[in-house]
Write a protein that binds this ligand. Structure first.
Ligand SMILES: Cc1cc2nc3c(=O)[nH]c(=O)nc-3n(C[C@H](O)[C@H](O)[C@H](O)COP(=O)(O)OP(=O)(O)OC[C@H]3O[C@@H](n4cnc5c(N)ncnc54)[C@H](O)[C@@H]3O)c2cc1C
Length: 295
């Protein structure tokens, strides 16, 4: 009897928990299904934003789940083509096998890139925890030799980011500049916002001066965005701003109004909790959005 009561209690708690997560996530995540992401992308396109769909998942150690992710990315590409969306894709290397086997991951990435090429679609590789940094950069440099349609994220909290940037630009890389979102050791990353921002600005100036191809300024930071606007007037580069779904929607519209290209990163899938917690940690006032969504 006790067991039955406990099991009913657990089921109720799980349901409440799932509903809570769904509420937290609603602002930042398009939904659980691909159709939700497609709908969100249509909305983004309708206000002049380019969509960047991401299927949530990382650190995958199960080969069947990896295979499922590769299949899902192909389905996203089919749907983007079918719906004629202005949209690219962003994926994580450990979602397609990097945490299991480097060669397998590289093959999966090539399979997705080949598929995307047939639709003339672009794939971004997110940057994850620093333990994968070297491997992701090397894999990127190798695939970039054969594929035009691939870009890579670089995090300004990495102390050695300027070295990686130079190495990547030598390989003709298409860079998305971010600040970085993972918990890391102080020997590898800058911990103070001031240092992370300074490194970001240094890398961004280098990109405006030296990048001969497209790049992306991925931040919601108004000061950095203003600086990028000024740099774009001095150096005529092809670049876009990128921001996450549900964050600074007002600023996205302003930038589109000024004629800048703006991409919106649109995550979907079942792994909503980890993603939402990351957003709350970055900007604790987001917790108020959660409270507002509950009360
Ligand atoms: C398109 C895109 C792709 C990304 N890809 C990666 C990746 O591959 N790897 C990785 O490690 N990280 C990635 N990130 C996350 C990034 O590293 C940061 O964690 C995140 O963007 C927050 O940093 P920020 O640049 O906006 O600046 P912050 O210094 O965090 O914030 C500066 C200002 O921006 C506004 N702001 C920032 N965050 C929020 C928020 N959540 N809610 C409301 N306002 C906010 C506020 O005005 C704040 O003062 C990506 C971010 C974007 C936009």
């Amino acid at each position: 009897m006790d067991i039955l009561i406990k099991s009913n209690y657990d089921d109720t708690m799980n349901t409440i928990y799932e509903q809570l997560v769904a509420k937290i996530a609603k602002r930042w995540i398009a939904g659980v299904e691909l159709d939700d992401a497609i709908m969100a992308c249509k909305e983004a396109n309708s206000i002049g934003l380019h969509g960047i769909i991401n299927y949530l998942g990382e650190d995958i150690l199960d080969r069947d789940i990896v295979k499922g992710a590769v299949k899902e990315y192909k389905s996203i590409l089919d749907a983007i083509e079918e719906e004629r969306l202005d949209c690219s894709i962003s994926l994580k290397s450990t979602q397609i096998g990097l945490a299991i086997d480097e060669v397998e991951c590289r093959n999966n990435l090539k399979e997705i890139l080949e598929y995307a090429s047939s639709y003339r679609k672009f794939i971004w590789i997110d940057m994850e925890s620093s333990k994968y940094l070297e491997k992701v950069v090397n894999m990127y440099i190798e695939v970039r030799r054969s594929y035009e349609n691939v870009g890579i994220a670089l995090q300004s909290y990495i102390r050695d980011a300027p070295i990686y940037l130079a190495q990547l630009l030598d390989a003709n890389a298409i860079i998305r500049l971010t600040k970085g979102a993972y918990r890391e050791d102080a020997s590898i990353v800058f911990k103070s916002k001031d240092m992370i921002d300074r490194n970001y600005i240094k890398l961004m100036e280098f990109l405006f001066k030296n990048s001969n191809d497209n790049f992306a300024i991925a931040t919601h930071d108004p000061k950095i965005i203003e600086l990028a606007e000024n740099l774009s007037k001095m150096y005529r580069c092809k670049f876009e701003f990128q921001m996450l779904r549900g964050i600074r929607d007002d600023l996205k519209k302003i930038l589109v109004g000024k004629g800048y290209a703006v991409g919106e990163y649109i995550p979907y899938g079942g792994k909503a909790l980890e993603y939402s917690i990351r957003r709350i940690k970055e900007h604790p006032t987001n917790i108020f959005l959660l409270i507002r969504s509950i009360v």
